[in-house]
Write a protein that binds this ligand. Structure first.
Ligand code: UDX
Length: 424
């Protein structure tokens, strides 16, 4: 077992820290925000992610997990120093690396021969830049890129049982050590730093494009009277394609796909290159949310003081995250046009223009149209007869194809789904 420092107790850093401690590694987390450190030391998990809170408390109890506001203290005993720092989008779409650079400069005099591991998603070339920064400060620590592929909602499971591990660096021994740290049986792509960094962007770009394709096929199904479920089932059974990431919906969102797509496009442009299919995915995705908001507004066009019920605000089920959430964006676009939007989400909260409700039934009460925007399983279990009685109108726009069409029909509601003929 190793001594590990994790710098940054955000989503990625915290999942890594509690997961590593649960495997028996000795983990010290450096986090700049003193309130967050106090919360974590008291066993309060600041984010909603399955299993992380329990492992946090186990790690504190076993003594294998500690938190400090001092990054230099965090690295003192460490053999490996993982950087899991925020890299937000700058105005031009590129990733803002100022926090990462500041921490590298701060740690350079204290790293010695410790292995510095870049976990945050960073532009291709960052490993070499960080290495140059360290060398300029007379630090000889090897730098290894080890991108994360954690999905929100299943981050811990993804950490414990990854499909694969990518490690890139110029020091073969250091990359082998990092690869061996967590799951020795997992397939490893050991490569140069640039390629390791690009794998992360390529994965998210590819998956975002897949979702965009599935959504475009769903639009075609609606226009042609075909059924998207049959189309994606057939697509997914071709082993060259596979069945995952073909679920149509209101578009991709979250903290990674949109941001990483913009960062990759920015990076390509810096090298005089275009990635037209990715640019199209970003544009089609943004347009889609506007189109969906328009479709809802068209349904209430003649209604005096229209009310729209919104089920879901998070960008997907299983998280309270509303960053670049299609559900939130669609709700805000509708509210901006003067309709009352009343929303319920089991975990996420709304912006100012949306009225937050305490239950799914509350959000449906008095609504002219009910929009299902996030695929929380509990929405599928709602009593739709009760919902129908509470609504003013009778249309459910199911942007996730979540509700059982039979149950919607039995409640005498009209059901509009993505990529399917309308059920009257
Ligand atoms: C993603 C990557 O999967 C993960 O590997 C990376 O490290 C971080 O970004 P996450 O943002 O948690 O994870 O969400 P993910 O489950 O991948 O979904 C991304 C978006 O695509 C969501 O808005 C989701 O609703 C949408 N999506 C996904 C679909 O619309 N259809 C699908 O079939 C799959």
């Amino acid at each position: 077992m190793a001594d590990i420092a994790v710098i940054g107790a955000g989503y990625v850093g915290l999942t890594l820290a509690v997961g590593a401690a649960s495997m028996g590694h000795d983990v010290t987390v450096g986090e700049a925000d003193p309130d967050r450190v106090a919360d974590l030391m008291a066993g309060h998990c600041p984010l909603f992610e399955a299993g992380v809170g329990d492992l946090l408390r186990e790690g504190l109890a076993s003594g294998l997990l500690t938190f400090t506001t001092s990054n230099t203290d965090a690295v003192t005993a460490a053999e490996f120093v993982f950087l899991a720092l925020p890299t937000p989008s700058a105005a031009d779409g590129s990733a803002n690396l100022s926090v990462l650079h500041a921490v590298v400069d701060e740690l350079a005099p204290h790293l010695g021969e410790r292995v510095l591991v870049l976990k945050s998603t960073v532009p291709v070339g960052t490993n070499r830049d960080v290495t140059a920064r360290l060398r300029a400060a007379d630090c000889t620590a090897p730098v290894v890129s080890n991108p994360e592929f954690l999905r929100e909602g299943t981050a811990l499971a993804d950490f414990m049982r990854p499909d694969h591990v990518v490690v890139g660096g110029d020091d073969a021994e250091a990359i082998a050590q990092v690869a061996a740290l967590f799951d020795p049986d997992c397939p490893v792509t050991a490569t140069d730093p640039m390629s390791a960094e690009l794998v992360k962007y390529a994965t998210n770009a590819y998956l975002a494009t897949r979702v965009m394709m599935a959504n475009s096929f769903a639009d075609l199904c609606e226009a042609l009277g075909a059924d998207i479920d049959a189309v994606t089932a057939g697509l997914g059974r071709d082993h060259r394609i596979g069945p995952f990431f073909l679920q149509p919906g209101p578009g991709f969102g979250g903290s990674c796909f949109p941001k990483d797509a913009r960062a990759l496009l920015d990076l390509a442009a810096d090298h005089g290159l275009d990635v037209p299919i990715l640019a199209a995915a970003v544009k089609v995705n943004a347009d889609r949310q506007e189109r969906m908001a328009e479709a809802v507004l068209a349904e209430v066009a003649g209604v005096f003081e229209p009310v729209v019920g919104l089920w879901g605000l998070a960008f997907k089920a299983g998280t309270d995250d509303t960053r670049e959430s299609p559900a939130l964006r669609i709700g805000e676009l509708i509210a901006d046009r003067g309709a009352t939007v009343q929303a319920y989400d089991p975990e996420a909260v709304a912006g100012d223009s949306i009225r937050l409700c305490d239950s799914a039934l509350d959000a449906a009460t008095g609504a002219d149209v009910l929009v299902v925007a996030t695929e929380w399983p509990e929405f599928a279990g709602e009593d739709l007869t009760e919902v129908a009685e509470a609504m003013r109108g009778d249309l459910v726009m199911d942007l996730r194809n979540l509700l059982d069409p039979e149950a919607v029909r039995a409640a005498e509601l009209r059901h509009r789904q993505i990529g399917k003929p309308e059920q009257e």
